[in-house]
Design a protein around this ligand. Structure first.
Ligand code: FES
Length: 105
């Protein structure tokens, strides 16, 4: 389990404990946090789960697949820190992670 701190589009933050094996997207959706819509339910097809992950946390997750990278390429406001949160899977080695949630609405 890891503590995920979501920095939300409205400037507030929410902390959620996310179990290992669950995605950062799931932690948000299961707690009804704003910003992550997750229209495709986590199948890497919609890009409505866009978050920004700083370098310090980036190396804790697997590199984006070609599929994810391609979706990010067409996102408005994408940066080098952009990831799709359904592809960010929490592991037991993680303690606390901060992500900035893009406004996907
Ligand atoms: S939930 Fe659709 S791409 Fe992540």
């Amino acid at each position: 389990m890891a503590k995920v701190v979501y920095h939300l589009p409205d400037g507030t933050t929410s902390e959620v404990d996310v179990d290992a094996g669950q995605s950062i997207m799931s932690g948000s959706v299961n707690n009804n946090l704003p910003g992550i819509v997750a229209e495709c339910g986590g199948s890497c097809a919609c890009a409505t789960c866009h978050v920004f992950l700083s370098d310090e946390y980036r190396e804790l997750f697997a590199e984006p697949t070609d599929e994810e990278a391609e979706l990010i390429e067409y996102l408005d406001g994408a940066t080098d820190e952009s990831r799709l949160s359904c592809q960010l899977i929490v592991s037991d080695t993680l303690d606390e992670i901060h992500v900035r949630v893009a406004d996907s609405r």
